[in-house]
Write a protein that binds this ligand. Structure first.
Ligand code: GLV
Ligand code: MN
Ligand code: MN
Length: 421
């Protein structure tokens, strides 16, 4: 085994934005029809993307395997506790081609640079494409990374289901994974030294401040609710206004209440979103008899996050009763905010300074795999700017040069961490 050496500065110069752009283009082609990129969790398209990642890494000579949770892990073996980098390859419906993918493309480029230059390493290096990070299909985010962190176990896979009622366990089985062995995906803390994820910012702080890099200190938590309102479907012409039990009128009041609550000055930083709403029977001439909608409550304050979710559930009940309807509120998923390792963030800031890149320390409003991995080993999250702050939409964009700059920050940080005692 090669001895620890000083940082291989020349390796940083070989990070290539064209190669990163080529990886991104390849993944962008793996999509359902329609605008933007649609590659949902635990679908054949997500598995195809993992196969592309695996083929690239095998081609570089790394040891590659897919764990029972569907995470694909490529390893360069070493003699000391591991360093890791990576992100996810699934998307939301009609999302962009960079959320998660940028971090995986960065990992592919880092693996290429490290293997081509044969930089002396001491530690094991692992490159990870996490499965099912987006909560868009099953409600809960970060499923692959939650399984490696032991936060989601076999029993949860029968509880979480998509809109068609297909459980996560069934979806996993359908794409050849082994949910019954999901608990074996868990990582052992003693096997790890640190993990550094690259991700697009998905907000506009970096662009508006003209900063190259974001160093994340805190990641928001989220509480997700599924709300079912039951009213009475009847004739839109024949039923006078005072005899209606309109489930959509109730849902509309619930939606605006959530928006109002989150805009209240006491909730500075709270975000409430209703992103999905289904109306039954969905006919122009029938009063809506049932409405099903989702609520996503995000906050960096763990107490406020849960208080808002509880308060919304109580208020929804009050609103429903006032219209002679009923409501059922289920908690789909609940993840706490996470404070990332301050020491590791300091190492990332050192790398920015050494590379002459400007940075800002900022919190993340979105969920990330690093948030879950931080339970196992110190984790850092490195942001690159998002044009106009747009994400989860086809217009999501960051230049390849900006992603390459973030990739260099991650690589330099890993090279330094490799030499830690
Ligand atoms: C992940 O993209 C999230 O919804 O925060
Ligand atoms: Mn993401
Ligand atoms: Mn996302």
């Amino acid at each position: 085994m090669t001895p620890p050496t000083a940082l291989d500065a020349a390796a940083l110069d070989t990070v290539d934005s064209d190669r990163i752009a080529a990886h991104l283009d390849r993944f962008a082609r793996l999509t359902e029809a329609g605008e933007g990129c649609t590659r949902l969790a635990y679908t054949p398209l997500e598995r195809e993307a993992h196969a592309v990642f695996a083929a690239h890494m095998s081609g570089l000579g790394l040891l590659v395997h897919t764990d029972p949770a569907g995470n694909t892990i490529a390893e360069l073996p070493g003699d000391a506790a591991a360093l890791g980098t990576g992100s996810h390859l699934d998307t939301v419906p009609h999302g962009g081609g960079l959320d998660g993918i940028a971090g995986v493309a960065a990992a592919m480029e880092i693996a290429e640079v490290v293997t081509r230059r044969a930089s002396a390493r001491r530690r094991t290096w692992r490159f990870v494409a996490f499965a099912a990070e987006e909560g868009a299909r099953f409600g809960q985010a970060c499923n692959g990374s939650r399984m490696v962190a032991g936060l989601t176990g076999r029993a949860d896979l029968d509880r979480l289901a998509d809109r068609d009622g297909r459980t996560m366990a069934e979806a996993m089985t359908a794409v050849g994974l082994t949910p019954d062995r999901a608990d074996e995906a868990r990582w052992a803390p003693e096997d790890w030294h640190a993990f550094v994820e690259l991700h697009i910012e998905q907000g506009e702080v970096l662009q508006s401040r003209g900063a190259d890099i974001g160093v994340v200190d805190l990641i928001s938590g989220s509480t997700r609710l599924r709300v079912a309102v039951h009213g009475r479907a009847t004739h839109s012409g024949g039923t006078p206004m005072h005899l209606r039990h309109d489930a959509l009128v109730v849902a509309a009041e619930c939606v605006t209440l959530g928006d109002r609550l989150a805009r209240d000055a006491r909730h500075h930083g709270t975000r409430v979103t209703v992103g999905r709403l289904e109306v039954e029977p969905g006919s122009i001439t029938t009063i809506p008899g049932a409405v099903d909608f989702s609520v996503d409550v995000r906050d960096v304050d763990t107490v406020r996050q849960r208080d808002v979710a509880r308060r919304l559930a109580a208020e929804f009940d009050r609103i429903a009763r006032s219209h002679g309807t009923s409501v059922r509120v289920d908690v789909l998923a609940d993840t706490s905010p996470v404070l990332l390792s301050a020491a590791l963030a300091g190492r990332v800031r050192d790398s920015c300074a050494a590379l002459g890149l400007s940075y800002r320390v900022l919190p993340s409003g979105a969920s990330h795999d690093a948030q879950q991995v931080n339970r196992i080993t110190p984790a850092a999250l490195v942001f690159v700017p998002s044009r106009d702050g747009v994400s989860h939409a086809p217009q999501e964009y960051t230049t390849p040069a900006q992603i390459a700059a973030g990739t260099k920050v991650v690589l330099r940080t890993l090279l330094r961490l490799d030499a830690d005692a």
